[in-house]
Design a protein around this ligand. Structure first.
Ligand code: ZN
Length: 177
């Protein structure tokens, strides 16, 4: 089973490669997405579930991330798979938001993000789509796109805490992707 790699793994600090047409057709992408989902679902620490994962987080240096909210809240996030994604527009407005990461399990940070983004990507079948995102989803898209460029939130954060220093409530409210 695919597992999350440690923070020091080179895939987390390298610009990932695009998925090729061959990798769509030969089953590589399909298996990668399956492995990413199982790694995402396996993460449950002290009741926190994860909502997104990028391929480098399981040690595969490929430009793929997915969002899958396992909570059953009314305003849960959409499920999406983004292959070779790029952010094509972002709002000038930024805000500083709380952020965590499966690959940096012991820390938590305050990161400046654009409030809204528009991105395009291929889905699992190689069909191109484009969508806008605001709020938490916009934050996740920026966080996951950073993973594909070898950037962790701690590289960008204005402030970083050890998780023991913040309350559970704050962590839950800010999300943990
Ligand atoms: Zn992350």
């Amino acid at each position: 089973m695919a597992k999350l790699v440690e923070e020091s793994h080179p895939a987390l600090h390298t610009i990932a490669e695009e998925v090729t047409p061959e990798e769509f057709s030969n089953g590589f992408l399909k298996k990668l997405v399956k492995d990413m989902k199982s790694a995402l679902h396996s993460y449950n620490v002290e009741g926190f579930t994860a909502v997104a994962i990028a391929a480098p987080q399981i040690g595969i240096s490929k430009r793929v991330f997915l969002v899958e909210d396992q909570s059953e809240d009314r305003d849960s996030l959409p499920s999406l798979v983004a292959v070779n994604p790029s952010i094509i527009k972002h709002s000038k407005k930024t805000h500083v938001v709380g952020e965590g990461c499966l690959s940096v399990p012991d820390r938590y940070g305050a990161v400046k993000r654009h409030k809204n983004v528009t991105f395009k990507a291929l889905d699992e079948n190689g069909e191109e789509y484009e969508r806008g995102a605001g709020g938490l989803l916009a934050q996740i898209i920026q966080h996951e796109t950073d993973h594909l460029d070898g950037i962790l939130f701690v590289d960008r954060a204005e402030k970083v805490w050890n998780k023991g220093e913040v309350s559970d409530k704050e962590l839950t409210e800010a999300g943990n992707e």
